[in-house]
Design a protein around this ligand. Structure first.
Ligand code: ADP
Ligand code: ADP
Ligand code: ZN
Length: 230
């Protein structure tokens, strides 16, 4: 098999991108995809929130952008992802969630992968109407322990305020307020949506209807990705 005109060493590699507006269900689907396709889930949002919590210099810089719902500067997130791609667990593939979000980030990812003799296998785009996104984000609760997303109405935990997966405490993200959500959606349309066309040109895009139930959405993603293989 050839990718970008090159013979690929490992045809079973899943180098995946999960794209879609805030609230589309990327985090919800990512844990299932990562488990079935045996790839690490790389969420730049999770990495940044952990840096904020630990008050690292990067976290202190990123916080003001995140609180406003603005994008953290490209060089910061590109640095995070390049470092993460050096970790040995990414050798067999990865699932990027929330990265890239701008054309310069996509170009930097392409260049980083090319230098590793690798290329993106598929970009899964989850599509959901804007009013549904606002409802999803305003009722979202996140686990402090494992970062799993829940929803007060659409995906309620068995016990209020407690994560089904790890027993961790659920909290509401500071940026899941209506005003910040509207800004994040506007930024998505302006800066991130053009990436669909960017990856379309490379024939990599699978469009998924994200308005269905999480199980139905996952079934569509599986059909688009094909069998996980060995
Ligand atoms: P993203 O990572 O794209 O921002 P999340 O996976 O965190 O999105 O989902 C946003 C919110 O919507 C969460 O509260 C989640 O429980 C809920 N959600 C996810 N998928 C669905 C779905 N198919 N139907 C209804 N609600 C969903
Ligand atoms: P969502 O669930 O809305 O898709 P994320 O958890 O992916 O949100 O991101 C939360 C915030 O972290 C973003 O609003 C942004 O400030 C910052 N962030 C995450 N990933 C990126 C990225 N690739 N580029 C710039 N900023 C990012
Ligand atoms: Zn948890």
């Amino acid at each position: 098999m050839t990718v970008n005109g090159k013979e690929t060493a490992n045809v079973a590699q899943f180098n995946l991108i999960l794209l879609g507006p805030p609230g589309a269900g990327k985090g919800t689907q990512a844990s299932r995809i990562a488990a079935e396709y045996a790839v690490p889930h790389i969420s730049t949002g999770d990495i940044l929130r952990s840096a904020v919590k630990n008050q690292t210099p990067m976290g202190l810089e990123a916080k003001r952008y995140m609180d406003a719902g603005d994008l953290v500067p490209d060089e910061v997130v590109i640095g995070i992802v390049k470092d993460r791609l050096q970790e040995p667990d990414t050798a067999g593939g990865f699932l990027m969630d929330g990265f890239p979000r701008t054309i310069p980030q996509a170009e930097a990812l392409d260049a980083a992968l090319e230098s590793l003799d690798r290329a993106i296998s598929k970009t899964v785009v989850i599509l959901v109407d804007e009013e549904d996104l606002v409802r999803r984000l305003s009722g979202r609760r996140i686990c402090r322990g494992c970062q799993a997303p829940f929803h007060l109405l659409f995906n309620a935990p068995k016990e209020e305020g407690v994560c089904d997966k790890c027993g961790g405490e659920l909290y509401q993200r500071d940026d899941d307020t209506e005003a910040t959500v509207r800004n994040r959606l506007a930024i998505y349309r302006k800066q991130t949506e053009p990436l669909i066309e960017y990856y379309d040109r490379a024939g990599l895009v699978a469009r998924i209807d994200g308005a269905k139930t999480p199980d139905q959405v996952y079934d569509e993603i599986r059909s688009a990705l094909g069998p996980a293989g060995e």
